[in-house]
Structure formats: C-alpha cells, structure tokens
Design a binder for this molecule. Structure first.
Ligand SMILES: Cc1cc2nc3c(=O)[nH]c(=O)nc-3n(C[C@H](O)[C@H](O)[C@H](O)COP(=O)(O)OP(=O)(O)OC[C@H]3O[C@@H](n4cnc5c(N)ncnc54)[C@H](O)[C@@H]3O)c2cc1C
Length: 574
C-alpha cells in the first residue's frame, strides 16, 4: 500500500519491451525518445538560475501556489520553488473538503465560520465543475454530545452564517437515515441532520497545481524539487542559495521579497533568518484511510459520525472509493506516518457505526493519507501543551517583516486559499513591489461560453460514447474539469487519432491523450508526481494492481521518453 507518509517512492530491473500507440501528426506528435517533462522543467530552472525577481515564494503547497497565482496575475515577476513536488506535503493530505467548518461552531468560532463559509461560496462559484456542493448526513446516537433537534438548530444557524449559499439543511429521523443510507447502523441512532458544504471532485494537490499552472500562463516561474538551502539579505535584496534536489546542482537567485509559505516548516525558516514573529505553528496529525466504496446510494454524500472521543469524523467519496477520516493528534515534528494505532482506531470507529457484510480490516485499506495541520498560535502563548488540542483555531495569519522584506503565511485551510492569495499580495505591495489592480482573473474556471463551446465540440466527436468501461462520469465532464481550456487540444488529438481516446491503464480512468497533455504542461519530474498528485491513481488503485499494470510502462514512456526506464525503476523501488 502506498501513502500514509509525507514522501514516497522505489524496485529494480525494469525494461521496456512493449510498443505503444504513438501520436500521429497532431498536437501531441511525439519526438521519439525525447523527455518532454524534463524540457518544461529545464526552462523553468533556466529562469531561476541567476534570476532576479520581485518575489520568491518558498513552498508549493496551497498557500504558496495561490500566492504565485495572485502575484503573477497582478503583474509581479514571481518565482516559486518547492523541495518536493507541488502540493507534496500537507496539501496532499487533506479531507478534500471546501467547508465553513460546522464543527467549529462547537468552539463558538462564529467569525471564522462566517469567513470560511464566504470563502467556500466564492470557491464554489469560481470552480463550478471542480468544487461541488455535497450533502453531509450526520447520525447522532445516544452518546453524541447533542440531540438531533439541537444539531438541526445548529445546522440552520450554519446555513444562515453561510448566507444560504447551499441547499437548506434537514432534520432526519433514524428511519429516514436508514432509508436514505442503509449502510448506517441505526440501532442506537436517535436521528440526525443533513447539511451541505462542498468538496474537491479531484484531489487537493491537483487543485494546488491548477494555481501553479495558471500562474505559469501569466508568466510566473515555478520549479518543483528545488530546495531553498539558505537566503541572505545583500543590500536591498535577498540572495537565495538553491539546490536542484533531482540533480544536486546548486545555484542562486535573487528577489526583493521572500514569501515564506513553507507550511509546517515556516518557523524553522524564520529562525534561520533570525526573524522573530508574533505567530508560530503547532502541529496536529490527521490521517485518512481509502477503502472500497461504503455508501450504498448515489455516492454523492459524506457520512458524519461522532467518534468515541466525541470528535466528528467522516466517510467521504473519492471517485469509486470511500475515504475514512480524520484524526487529530498533537505531534512535534512535521514528518509523520500512519501508525497501526491510527489505523486500528479509525477501522474500529467505522465498523461500530456501519452495517457492513463483514467488518473492514487492514486488508481492505487501498491507500492511506497522512499529514500535519499547521495550526497558528500567538508566539507569546507558550507551547499550548495544556490546551484542549482539538479546540485550537483553524484560522490563518499573514505577517510581514518590513525590515527583512519578508512575508510569512501561518496556518490556513484549502478553503481559505483565495483570501490568503489576496492578503499576501496586499503585504507584498506594502513592501514596495508595485502591483496592477486586482481584476480577480488569477483564479477560477474559464467562462461559461468557453465551457459551452467545449461541450459542443465534444458532442461533435461523440466523446462520451468512446468509452467501453463503465464510468463514474461522462468523459466530457472529466476532461473539462481537469483541463479547462487545455481540453480543446485534447479533442483535436482524439479526432486525429482515436487511440488517444483510449484508457492507458486498465485499472485507472486516464486516457492516453491525458498523458500527452500532462507531459507537456504539468511539470512532472518523477512518476510519483503524476500517479499521486496530478492524478489520484495511487489513492484509488491498489499498489499491487499498479505494479502489475501493463499500461504503466507506456505512462512512463510518454512522460519521460528515453529516461522512462530510470523513472519507472525509481518509482517502483519507493
Ligand atoms: C488531515 C488534514 C485534513 C485537512 N482537511 C482539510 C479540508 O478538508 N479542507 C481544508 O480547507 N483544509 C484542510 N486541511 C488543511 C490544509 O490541508 C492545510 O492547511 C494546507 O494544505 C496547508 O498548506 P500550506 O501551503 O501551508 O503547507 P504545505 O502544503 O505543507 O506546503 C508547504 C511546502 O513547503 C515546502 N518547503 C518547506 N521547506 C522548504 C524549503 N526549504 N525549500 C523549498 N520548499 C520547502 C514543502 O515541501 C511543502 O510542499 C487539512 C489538513 C490536514 C493535515
């Protein structure tokens, strides 16, 4: 099983014997064994080496990615580096929910919930195909902290705080819950509620990458596997020493301002510069287990339960799978792993609440996700060891140091990302980097007219009837959601060569044309970048099925050309 840890990949002795479909004379016409992925990354590295930027963003999680997009969209010359892949750390371990945080009402965080709901509504409007409203069905048994009627009042309040941005909540009897979701064991259930929030249809790290991609289109520079080794103020600029983690090459780049968006690592970087801040980070570990689909109905619903510690946990849809999570454990180090106690805890909790034909066991776990929430606290508030851990706020803080020309992003949520981008841009501007007016065109999906044109063209080539395999969704929806404007060239490629519209791996929903698209536009350095973050294949397909899949060789070859053998070996040995 893959996942469950911060970083990954490794299995030797792989060689290619198979031939595969080669694109014929269209947008993706291949050039023999050329490594197209390395070509696009090299051009980014060329811009970084000896470069001179307005802003250097350290960290390519959600906070760094929105910062890059917001600044590039407003005309700054900006570069982003991450020592792993984009979205490789906390931002690949979330619950994939875009939400106001109903549960934060328990801590009376009305303002935070109001702001998060507003951010949720804004994201839902900007990303109608990527971020969809979803129903949460919360079952309350006799040991739950609230009776159903009280939870329903809370849900009505939550709906109001969220400015009625979703469909209305409902109070449900135990019988209604049983009718609507027979998998829930209602023996001890008193009733429940249905309320609504939203979720990322694809994964969190792909969402992160979408900001990097749009920033590149606005002229930004971004490179994965580039580490900030150190940075010093020289005159009125930062000179940053960087290391290409993939090749070991060292080089420098300079910038007027640094944005520290290193997530759980922000304090360490600030300490290395001798900078003291008003805020700092404490860490809370959360894990998820991906298992075969558990819900019975349309699989468009999150199930919510209180665990034995009275903390809410969820069963969340992910493609054809269900994701159980999460936990909330204080840790001191950012790098964590799912341990057997975490696994055992979640399995026990869910088995006690569902009517399954047989209880879920560790063998049912397809993949694991593990990360640490960077929670922001006041630096003056000590180590927080005696506070109720789960009650710590999920808000973020953006702090600027004028003397050092440094902006730090502490904490935050995927849900709050647009605010983070805007707040960081405002601070950068105050530090003397002139920005153009914010036309708010650095985020969001293309205009409805562009979408309608895509669907028209997709219909002309009968895209949705190309598939032999039963799908969770029509191909046109999938391609549009994942690629937006870039999906037009994919239609062209499929029109020119029907093999482009075929699945590349028998057990994953990816067309050959998507790989060609990824090779030229998605800054993939290692095979894991594609398997885990640009796609969610690693999360929904068992490791042994990935390893035995014939199509994997072709995936590597399309991405890495004559370097495919090495990249595949590196991946399989991880
Ligand atoms: C279990 C869990 C569930 C969650 N669920 C949700 C949810 O459902 N909805 C929601 O809105 N939020 C959720 N969150 C919160 C959200 O995921 C995080 O707040 C967010 O991902 C943090 O992003 P970040 O950019 O600050 O940090 P990260 O994603 O960790 O990014 C920081 C990056 O900095 C890089 N870096 C560090 N040091 C260096 C260096 N020296 N040089 C170069 N790069 C460096 C790292 O490699 C890393 O990629 C959840 C979090 C967890 C842990």
């Amino acid at each position: 099983m893959r996942g469950g840890r911060a970083q990954g990949p490794a299995h030797a002795g792989w060689a290619f014997g198979r031939t595969s479909a080669r694109p014929r004379g269209h947008a993706y016409a291949g050039r023999g064994g050329h490594n197209r992925c390395v070509a696009i990354r090299s051009s980014q590295l060329d811009r970084l080496r000896g470069g001179s930027f307005d802003v250097l963003v350290v960290g390519g999680g959600i906070n760094g990615a929105v910062t890059l997009a917001a600044l590039a969209g407003r005309g700054a010359s900006v570069a982003l580096i991450d020592r792993g892949d984009f979205g490789n750390f906390t931002s690949q371990a979330s619950s994939n929910l875009v939400w106001g945080g109903f549960k934060y009402l328990e801590n009376y965080e009305f303002l935070l919930v109001f702001k998060l709901c507003r951010s949720r509504n804004r994201l839902m409007k900007a990303y109608p195909d990527n971020i969809k409203e979803i129903s949460f069905l919360a079952s309350l048994d006799r040991s739950s902290p609230f009776p159903p009627w009280f939870a329903a009042l809370g849900a009505a309040g939550y709906w109001g705080i969220g400015q009625f941005g979703t469909r209305h909540p409902r109070l449900l009897s135990a019988r209604k819950i049983r009718d609507e979701e027979p998998v829930i064991d209602t023996t001890h259930v008193r009733g429940g509620i249905e309320y609504r929030d939203a979720y990322l249809v694809d994964n969190d790290s792909r969402f992160v990458f979408s900001f990097v991609r749009s920033a590149l289109e606005s002229g930004a520079t971004a490179a994965n596997y580039v580490e900030l080794v150190s940075a010093d103020r020289v005159g009125d600029r930062w000179v940053a020493r960087l290391r290409d983690v993939d090749t070991g090459e060292a080089f420098t780049t300079s910038a007027k301002v640094i944005v520290n968006a290193a997530g759980p690592f922000v304090d360490g970087l600030n300490r290395s510069w001798g900078v003291s801040t008003q805020h700092r980070i404490v860490l809370s570990k959360g894990i998820h287990l991906v298992v075969p689909r558990l819900t019975t109905n349309d699989h468009r619903r999150v199930l919510a339960f209180f665990d034995d510690t009275q903390r809410l946990f969820y069963v969340i849809p992910m493609g054809a799978r269900s994701v159980i999570g999460t936990t909330d454990t204080r840790v001191d180090e950012p790098c964590t792993e799912v341990d057997d106690a975490d696994r055992g805890f979640l399995l026990e909790q869910i088995n006690n609440r569902l009517n399954l034909q047989r209880p879920l066991t560790r063998d049912d776990v397809i993949a694991e996700r593990c990360g640490v929430r960077p929670l922001v606290v006041k630096a003056s508030e000590g180590d927080q060891k005696n506070v109720d851990w789960t009650s710590l706020s999920r808000k973020h803080a953006v702090e600027a140091n004028e003397r050092m020309r440094l902006v730090t992003v502490f904490g935050g949520k995927l849900t709050d990302c647009l605010n983070v981008g805007e707040e960081v841009a405002a601070e950068v501007e105050k530090l003397g980097v002139p920005l153009e007016r914010d036309l708010q065109n650095w985020y969001g999906e293309p205009a409805p007219a562009t979408r309608a044109e895509f669907y028209r063209q997709a219909k002309l080539i009968r895209l949705d009837s190309l598939r032999a395999k039963p799908d969770v969704e029509p191909l046109s929806d999938r391609l549009w959601r994942r690629y937006g404007r870039r999906a037009f060239t994919m239609l062209e490629a499929i029109r020119d060569d029907p093999r482009m519209g075929q699945d590349i791996m028998e057990n994953a929903d990816y067309l050959r044309v998507e790989l060609h698209q990824a090779a030229t536009t998605e800054l993939i350095t290692r095979l894991e970048d594609f398997m885990r973050r640009r796609s969610k294949i690693e999360q929904v397909v068992r490791d042994e099925d990935i390893r035995s899949c014939a199509g994997l060789e072709e995936v590597a070859r399309i991405l890495f050309g004559n370097d495919a053998d090495r990249r595949l070996k590196e991946y399989l040995q991880s």
